[in-house]
Ligand binder design. Structure first.
Ligand SMILES: *Cc1c(COP(=O)(O)O)cnc(C)c1O
Length: 399
């Protein structure tokens, strides 16, 4: 079993904080501070524009894509970084719809546990294309039954952001393929949280962000994976100059670049990529199977302790660890105030409307002691109704 005491030291944690929100924004890796500072001083400062060649800025999206790829079962050369996840969802969906042979298929299938931005991006794309596509949103448990010959593309998020419910990527992808549809997977709450095997599951496209479990920092660049069999066929939809076959030929017409390179759009965010690159060092030598084992143990412990000490909280996540990502939610009508009270005591999780308090468990820097201490504070808040104060009921912009 991995020694997570080593990785814990890699992160800055403010005094008095138990951080159970690494599923929303991972903490700051010490190495990111050094890397970004060094890049600013030595590269941006001294090299100026020469950095694109001399410091290999231009190839960073591919090099870092390969590092992320190792964590999600993607072969080298199939992942590239850039833009935000919402944009990558749009790009993957547009490309996938293009690749579906049977153009009479009209359904883009998703579920009601998907993150709204994915659904909104699909809605927007459907309007722009104006080809009669419909977004069909079913309950997560009904997805498998809804995959039929009307479906062009399934667009699913593997781990439900609110409940942590885990879809069976391999089985649903196989079903999609069996009916002639393509499968897009959003790994926002999977990458760095659970083992993912994109190649083994034969996913067609995958996308994800890097500021959650991968600790790349607020607004860190997203990634996109394209299965090798589609890499040279996919039309990237967002046909920017850096996805062009020869950006510096400055041709007046677009020709897609080789393979995954075509999914690049514009100038990459070098400072953000440097922070992410440094953050990914924490994963060197880590086996995702060890992460998974520890993550399930931490989540199980949390559920057991909360149910034992806070009877008014109702579990909002699958009880079976194998059917859950690396997060746990509890349901309570006063969830927002309870979470605010917790945060005021240094236990940071978040609230997801309408009633979920959500906690992420990240073995790289959270251990059993943190879990027990967090539950003791939660139990104090629940037993003594400490959440029932006006200052905890004032809704902030970000919950
Ligand atoms: C976090 C998350 C997003 C956020 O998209 P951004 O463009 O990075 O803001 C989108 N989809 C899912 C499934 C998410 O969990």
């Amino acid at each position: 079993m991995m020694d997570f005491a080593r990785t814990r030291k890699l992160f800055h944690m403010p005094d008095g904080v138990i951080y159970l929100d690494g599923n929303s924004l991972g903490p700051l890796p010490h190495s990111a501070v050094e890397r970004v500072s060094s890049l600013m001083t030595h590269q941006w400062g001294e090299m100026l524009i020469r950095g694109w060649n001399d410091a290999q800025w231009m190839t960073m999206p591919r090099r870092i894509g390969d590092r992320v790829g190792r964590l999600i079962g993607a072969p080298a050369g199939t992942v590239v970084m850039g833009d935000t996840l919402s944009i990558k969802v749009y790009q993957a969906l547009a490309s996938a719809l293009d690749l579906v042979e049977d153009k009479s298929r009209r359904v883009i299938l998703s579920d009601s546990g998907n993150f709204p931005s994915d659904l909104y991006m699909a809605e927007g794309l459907i309007k722009s294309l104006d080809r009669g596509y419909v977004l069909k949103v079913v309950a997560p448990d009904d997805v498998e039954a809804a995959i039929n010959e009307t479906v062009a593309v399934t667009m699913l998020t593997e781990v439900d952001y609110r409940t942590g419910r885990l879809h069976d990527m391999k089985a649903l992808t196989a079903k999609a393929h069996a009916v002639g549809a393509l499968a897009i997977w959003d790994l926002a709450h999977s990458a760095g949280a659970i083992p993912v095997d994109l190649a083994g599951a034969e996913a067609d496209f995958a996308v994800g962000c890097t500021y959650k479990y991968l600790n790349g920092g607020p607004g860190a660049p997203a990634f996109i994976y394209v299965a090798p069999k589609w890499a040279d066929k996919a039309r990237p939809a967002l046909s920017g100059w850096l996805g062009h076959e020869r950006p510096f030929a400055f041709d007046l017409t677009y020709r897609p670049g080789d393979g995954i390179d075509r999914m690049r759009v514009g100038t990459p965010p070098i400072i953000a990529l440097a922070a992410l690159d440094a953050a990914l060092d924490a994963w060197d030598g880590i086996d995702m199977a060890d992460i998974r084992q520890k993550s399930i143990a931490l989540c199980d412990l949390f559920i057991r302790e909360v149910e034992g000490k806070c009877p008014s909280l109702k579990l909002g996540s699958p009880r079976d660890g194998s059917k859950r990502g690396s997060q746990v939610s509890f349901i309570h009508p006063e969830g927002y105030a309870i979470m605010q009270a917790l945060i005021s005591r240094g236990v940071i999780g978040d609230f997801r409307a309408p009633e979920a308090i959500r906690f992420g468990f990240t073995p790289l820097y959270i251990d059993e002691t943190d879990v027990r201490a967090a539950v003791d504070i939660l139990a104090d808040i629940m037993t003594n109704n400490l959440w029932d104060q006006p200052q905890f009921k004032q809704k902030a912009l970000v919950t």
